[in-house]
Design a protein around this ligand. Structure first.
Ligand code: ATP
Ligand code: MG
Length: 429
């Protein structure tokens, strides 16, 4: 059914089986229990149960007919049917409306989906406007499939998207996020984002990104901020970077439209401290899309730290400060984001010699086992209490000073020296 038959016809690996049946969920449950399999009612409201049998699992859904969608999100009620053809007619796209009869293997393809798959076309089953008005997620699924499969959206299907935006606006942010995640996981995310821009979906769901169109940055870049962001995201996808990095690449410059200023003298646009504003806007977007807090924190940290300017004049202390800010575990991701960013200046692999030099120096400094965090200091809060510094704000300030001292000169990281410095700081403050 659906995705599985589609992927089989594309000769791609099938990652999940959706099985449709004329048996009611209770009958499916009884049959599977009789052969000692397990059944979990994962989507019982829609007639779906997940079946576990031997080492396999599959979603089994009872044939349904098209029901009334009064809210553009979910059918009002589910009605069952005994005909697969009727079930297929409620599916979104022709490529997803193909079934294979089991066990015989006969293909049921009432809407010529196999032909569309062969021609790499995404086409609504029946009337596009009607299908999009029933479920506002479908336009987003269309652009997601375009990026995921490398297919084109058929003309009438594409043309029906703008008129259905008010319906798409009602879709829950979680469902939107799941589609965005699938877009990001695809080989060329920009394909979906460009289609979203063209149809108005980008303005609807990622307005902050849409307004990056036309933000020219001549003097630095050959692309506007939107094209630059999409190129960075594609680079992250093409190099197999994580979802966190793909999000960071997509959103790393999102603050640029709001901080842009024209330098009167040179006539060049400037974007001072855009990384901080980008971090805040990314936080807002990802929060709205209900991403987990850990994802938001990781993405925002990378965005905030993406603007380091390494030169070979950096002292060892400067490199240590860089490590301290980035956090040792984030270094690899920060290099990767930088590579994606540098690529997206021109759309070509950039000269990475200075990044390699930094990587090298960081490696050496890390190997010398010096201190980069409070935890690495040779004294603890308790040591400071023992020399009469009360815990609280003042201790925090002193610990920070000690870390700064050690970052400047690791040789100071001994108990005696740090206690001596702490005592002095305690006197003057
Ligand atoms: P993938 O699993 O790769 O995301 P899929 O096509 O299997 O793709 P699912 O979300 O697993 O997508 O849905 C299974 C099938 O259910 C689809 O192939 C399609 O026939 C149908 N379907 C899913 N969502 C919708 C929807 N919003 N509107 C209509 N039909 C849908
Ligand atoms: Mg599926």
């Amino acid at each position: 059914m659906g995705g599985a038959v589609r992927d089989m016809l594309r000769r791609k690996k099938i990652h999940d089986w959706d099985i449709a049946t004329d048996a009611a969920p209770e009958e499916v449950t009884a049959i599977i229990k009789a052969v000692k399999g397990k059944v979990i009612p994962t989507g019982i409201k829609h007639g779906t149960v997940t079946v576990f049998y031997k080492n396999h699992n599959a979603e089994v859904t009872t044939f349904r007919t098209e029901a009334v969608y009064s809210d553009g999100r979910r059918p009002d009620k589910v009605e069952y049917t005994s005909r697969i053809e009727e079930d297929l007619s409620r599916r979104d796209f022709t490529m997803n409306a193909i079934a294979m009869r089991l066990p015989g293997g006969e293909i049921v393809d009432p809407f010529d989906g196999a032909k569309d798959i062969k021609n790499k076309i995404i086409r609504c089953v029946g009337n596009s406007s009607q299908r999009f008005n029933e479920d506002g997620l479908r336009p987003l699924r269309a652009v997601r499939f375009a990026a995921q499969l490398g297919f084109e959206i058929e003309e009438n299907t594409l043309a029906a998207i703008p008129d259905a935006l008010s319906v798409s606006a009602k879709v829950s942010q979680e469902r939107v996020r799941d589609e965005i995640d699938k877009i990001l996981a695809s080989p060329l995310p920009s394909r979906a984002f460009r289609l979203m821009e063209k149809t108005g979906l980008l303005h609807l769901f990622l307005e902050e990104l849409a307004v990056c169109r036309g933000i020219e940055q001549k003097g630095f870049h050959q692309f506007d901020v939107l094209d630059h962001s999409l190129l960075a995201c594609d680079y992250a996808a093409q190099n197999g970077y994580s979802q966190i990095l793909r999000l960071a690449a997509l959103l790393h410059d999102i603050g640029k439209p709001s901080v842009r200023k024209l330098d009167e003298k040179s006539g060049v646009w400037t974007f001072y401290r855009h990384e901080e504003v980008s971090c805040k806007i990314a936080q807002k977007i990802l929060g709205r899309l209900r991403y987990p807090n850990s994802t938001i924190d990781n993405v925002c940290h990378l965005i905030k730290e993406h603007m380091f300017h390494y030169t070979d004049e950096w002292s060892d202390a400067a490199v240590r400060r860089f490590i301290a800010r980035a956090g040792e575990l984030n270094l690899e991701n920060i290099y990767r984001l930088r590579r994606a960013d540098a690529y997206a200046f021109s759309g070509k692999e950039a000269d990475s010699s200075s990044l390699l030099q930094l990587t090298d120096r960081v490696k050496k400094i890390l190997a010398s086992g010096r201190a980069f965090t409070m935890k690495d200091l040779a004294v603890s809060g308790n040591d400071l209490i023992s020399i009469g510094i009360p815990s609280g704000k003042k201790m925090g300030i002193i610990l920070n000073e000690l870390l700064e001292t050690v970052l400047d000169d690791p040789a100071q990281n001994t108990r005696e020296k740090l206690l001596e410095i702490a005592a002095k700081l305690n006197e003057v403050r």
